[in-house]
Design a protein around this ligand. Structure first.
Ligand code: ZN
Length: 377
């Protein structure tokens, strides 16, 4: 698709395209998006043009289309150029909105037989293996790394193939073992129902890594469930419950001798397009619910409906970690849990860490695109 011509209208240019569509671009928008070296730093790619320096009623002195390029001369003699490709990508005309690629596949337990996995050696060897791993994490929200060395600290080096780690009160690298004095239920031997981690912080960590070093204890099988698939199922079966859980903020709080954090967010959060943005749920860290008294029974009913799906065998992937396995998952989408285990029957030692979602997606974009930062001309 190429840009073929423009019509001048009050306050804007209407662009005409080879496929018959038209798209409006306001004069102030065009001047504000000039990417010449005077308006944007050539190597840093950040704007040096100040929006307030552009008059709201600015008009081009001249505008033309030439060889797929829109050229504008402004009254002060400043010249701007915009390629058709860049204009098409950034057009805000409704008919130009690109369908988002379906890059996530919701799953039930039977859909992941076998679950997505990558060999440890592949990820360490080069960016091809790393990219395969990250694409699995984007599509399914889960991927298993097999054959990792069982040396303590291995999981941080693995996660750092993606980006720097996310810190918290539990530290950059945390040991999941049954402790006599624990500051989280994770560090006991009790069962953990499916949950996302660090729900009581305003930003939940994006990716979570759990590396199995030793596992001789009886019990302690792991579970994973796709919160996205469960949210979609809830929307089909019980639209009223879905509406409540996407619009009612739910409070969470974590307290220990050296930490007291709280956050409030809907259990199912949608983005501005209405697509799933984040699941946030942990039974252990739920704070007293607070909402319109008339809606409290409905909130409890909706929570029962959703959490029942999160715990149903239909959606639950069950497995026993083996030494050398690293379970990796998107903590904004996939919930994890484990059965109780008997700490007297043998040791169980996992190590874990987090990487934030921004840095996971940044790495993926960089690996998928050899292109430099695109400019309009
Ligand atoms: Zn400029």
């Amino acid at each position: 698709v190429t840009i073929i011509d423009i019509d001048r209208e009050p306050g804007l240019l209407r662009t005409r395209w080879s496929d018959g569509r038209t798209a409006r671009f306001h004069h102030v928008w065009l001047r504000d998006n000039c990417w010449c070296t005077a308006c944007r730093h050539p190597s840093i790619h950040e704007r040096t043009l100040d929006t307030l320096a552009v008059s709201l009623d600015i008009q081009p002195a001249a505008a033309s289309v030439d060889g797929g390029l829109l050229r504008i001369e402004w009254p002060d003699g400043h010249r701007s150029e915009y390629s058709g490709e860049w204009l098409e990508e950034h057009a805000y005309e409704p008919g130009f909105a690109r369908p988002r690629p379906a890059d996530r596949t919701p799953w039930r337990s039977t859909d992941l037989e076998p679950p997505p996995e990558v060999g440890y050696g592949e990820i360490v060897a080069g960016d091809e293996g790393l990219l395969r791993w990250l694409r699995q994490l984007r599509e399914f929200g889960v991927s298993f790394v097999r054959g990792a060395p069982t040396e303590p600290g291995t999981v941080t080096a693995l996660a750092e193939r993606i980006a720097f780690l996310r810190n918290s009160n539990f530290g950059l690298l945390w040991d999941v073992v049954s402790k006599p004095v624990a500051d989280s239920l994770a560090y006991t031997s009790v069962p953990l129902t499916p949950h996302t981690d660090l729900v009581s912080r305003s930003t939940q960590p994006g990716l979570q890594f759990l590396h199995c070093l030793v596992f001789e204890a009886v019990g302690g099988d792991s579970t994973l469930v796709d919160g996205m698939a469960c949210a979609e199922e809830l929307g089909r079966r019980d639209p009223a419950a879905f509406e409540v859980l996407t619009t009612t903020p739910v409070p969470y709080r974590y307290r220990s001798p050296d930490c007291d954090v709280t956050a409030t967010s809907p259990m199912i959060r949608l983005d501005h397009r209405g697509e799933l943005d984040e699941i946030r749920y942990s039974n252990a860290l739920l704070a007293p619910l607070w909402c319109d008294p008339d809606r409290m029974p409905e909130l409890y009913r909706a929570m029962h409906a959703f959490v029942s799906l999160l715990r149903s065998p239909e959606f639950t992937l069950r497995f026993r970690l083996r030494p050398g396995d690293v379970m990796c998952f998107d903590n904004h989408r996939v919930l994890h849990g484990r059965d109780a285990f008997d700490p007297q029957s043998g040791p169980r030692h996992l190590q874990g860490c987090y990487v934030d979602r921004d840095d996971f997606l940044s790495r993926l974009r960089l690996l998928e695109s050899a292109r430099p930062v695109p400019s309009p001309a």
